[in-house]
Ligand binder design. Structure first.
Ligand code: AMP
Ligand code: AMP
Length: 361
């Protein structure tokens, strides 16, 4: 694992007048780059040829480095180029999806805005659960064995991201029937069966809270909120129940976009306390805790109970709904604040106060 001291040495060499923000071109890159530019930082986009049009048409990337594959981020020459450009990398959902945790921890010698140590907590569902439990959050029940299924559960594939490949099951027989079918159709591998994660299905609406933990100001900010727009589950209600039964319809949860929401004001004190508690625990399990953006992914029931089913310890794509501004960011900062910009502001402050080593790992 790359030692913190090694990253500190790299950042020490950087030209502080020319700090650049870099990330791979997908997920929330536009959000990150726009924010960086508004804070007066340079931007570097590592992108694939086929996506280049996006970062040219929206003029937010000062430099575009074209790669065949995102995993090239690990290549020595790319890393060297990034260091030469004084780049601080902002990890987002595509890092986990396209680059292995081992590579990020052991081979990426470019400073990252965020806490590398928390990565192992985030991608391991059991560790993540312990973290959230210690923070006192309500969590859906977990079923270790399909034989124990006694209510509606949502089955999650290992490594599934963005909701792709989730399915529902209501009994051990129902689970068996569905997975056998999926194996037959090649949608599931026999060996993955063991690693399916079975979570109680919470009936309610989803709400994703976007927070920012400022290490420099020692404060947790609530900056935005969204809900998911998923295919095909969000369109099932448009088909009459009789047709649904005829075609044996199963909801799927492929994320297509995000929709901004605001919450009943009476729920907000709890949302703020949840964010604070999660950060407090993160300081214990991986000092100095979460650096910058994180998101609690929740379902809120008709009894107004908030169940957290996941945490992302990085910028989430849902924060794209706030590019420009969002109600909660507005309440704190007035116009023009959003997650990408808040990240860049922290980096700018870190640089100005000569405290960058507190926020890069
Ligand atoms: P993409 O760049 O669209 O291929 O996305 C990279 C990763 O981020 C994938 O694992 C996606 O499932 C996830 N992702 C992309 N957009 C969103 C979104 N709006 N909400 C949640 N996850 C997303
Ligand atoms: P994810 O990709 O993990 O953010 O979730 C994909 C979809 O599954 C979202 O619509 C969530 O609201 C939904 N979901 C995930 N876990 C649960 C749960 N335990 N109960 C109900 N819905 C869930």
């Amino acid at each position: 694992m790359i030692e913190k001291e090694e990253i500190d040495r790299i950042i020490e060499e950087y030209d502080k007048e020319k700090i650049a923000v870099g990330t791979i071109g997908s997920h929330s890159a536009l959000n990150i780059f726009k924010g960086a530019k508004e804070e007066g930082l340079r931007t570097v986009c590592i992108c694939r040829e086929r996506d280049k049009i996006l970062y040219q048409r929206f003029p937010v990337a000062d430099e575009i480095i074209v790669v065949d594959d995102f995993s090239s981020l690990i290549d020595d020459e790319i890393q060297e180029k990034l260091r030469r450009l004084n780049v601080i990398l902002i990890p987002h959902g595509s890092f986990n999806a396209y680059i292995s945790m081992e590579e990020i921890l052991n081979s990426l010698y470019v400073p990252i805005f965020g806490n590398r140590k928390l990565l192992s907590w985030e991608i391991d569902r059991e560790k993540q659960r312990r973290w959230l439990q210690q923070a006192g959050l309500n969590l859906p029940k977990i079923f270790d064995n399909p034989e124990e299924i006694d209510r509606l559960v949502i089955a999650k594939f290992p490594g599934a991201r963005g909701g792709k490949g989730y399915f529902l099951a209501s009994s051990p027989e129902n689970f068996k029937e569905k997975t056998e079918k999926m194996i037959r159709y090649g949608q599931l591998k026999e060996e993955d069966l063991e690693r399916i994660y079975l979570q109680e299905y919470i009936l309610g609406v989803n709400a994703y809270f976007q927070y920012f933990h400022s290490i420099l100001n020692d404060e947790v900010e609530l900056l935005g909120m969204d809900k998911r727009y998923e295919s095909a589950v969000d369109s099932i209600g448009r088909i009459p129940a009789s047709e649904q039964l005829q075609i044996d319809l199963n909801p799927t949860y492929t994320i297509v976009g995000n929709i901004p929401i605001t919450l009943r004001e009476s729920l907000l004190p709890e949302v703020l306390r949840m964010g604070d508690n999660v950060v407090e625990v993160s300081k214990r399990i991986a000092p100095p805790g979460i650096i910058g953006p994180f998101c609690l992914e929740t379902i809120i029931t008709d009894k107004l109970e908030i169940y957290t089913f996941e945490i992302s310890a990085r910028i989430v794509a849902g924060s794209n709904v706030g590019i420009g501004t969002s109600p909660y960011a507005y309440l704190k900062y007035g116009e023009g604040m959003y997650m990408g910009r808040r990240i860049a502001m922290e980096i700018r402050h870190g640089s100005e106060r000569e405290e960058l080593e507190k926020i890069v790992y």
